[in-house]
Design a protein around this ligand. Sequence first.
Ligand code: GLP
Length: 260
Amino acid sequence: MTDHVTARETRLTSGATVVVAGNYDEMSILAAGIVARHIAEHPGTAITLPTGETPRGMYEALTGMIRGGELDFGTIEFFCLDDYLGKGINDETSLTAWLDKAFLTPAGVHGPNIHFVPTLADDPDAAAKAYEASIEALGGFQLAVLGLGPNGHIGFNEPGASIDSRTRVVDLTDESRTQNAAYYDSDQAIPDKAMTIGIGTLLNSPRIVLIVCGSSKAGILRDALQGPVTAEVPGSYLQTVGERLVVITDPEAASELVLD
Ligand code: GLP
């Protein structure tokens, strides 16, 4: 990865900061830097980070810092953001298994401070409430890093999700299932239900970082940041948090934003 950062920063009318990195690697390093600084400055707090193709580079950078002794991930409470109902870390097509392979195992950060979405619980609704309660018991998230789905979802809060939604079981759209099937070299079907941390839970965080890359996300990123605030694009709810939002993109994902 390069360490030559050429990012350009702009303030949107919503109050959010958009940082357009020179390329994917710089986006990843910037995002990892925010996470690392946060952990160093706010030990003991709860954070959530996303899965997907977008954050691979961020996790690679964090893994390097942890293995190099610059960052101790054991000092924070990390909550996984979302996963498929009925799939856990031992299912190769779960998001938790993805995270384990991409980050937890390479970085060696297993432990009681790593919280998995309780997708295998006998009573998933009660387990979702308990997951929410354990986040609340820690004072809510002090940092939430999010990706943006091609249909505007954040976590697995699909179009139609309410702004004050909490951790719960949700139905997945066919679009999201197709998108997620591409993560795995497997012909296993992606379930039609998932459990996700809610939008209300995420928006309460004093620092929210949205990372987005690639030209295929340019239109939905514009809709999320500069279109109407609507349940049809859950990412557009991020406009309501003002300057608590920092968006980090590569040039391709930012190409349809109107920036001064
Ligand atoms: C996935 C996950 C989200 C993720 C988003 C973007 O379905 N549920 O948490 O942020 O979609 O994924 P990607 O980065 O692969 O485009």
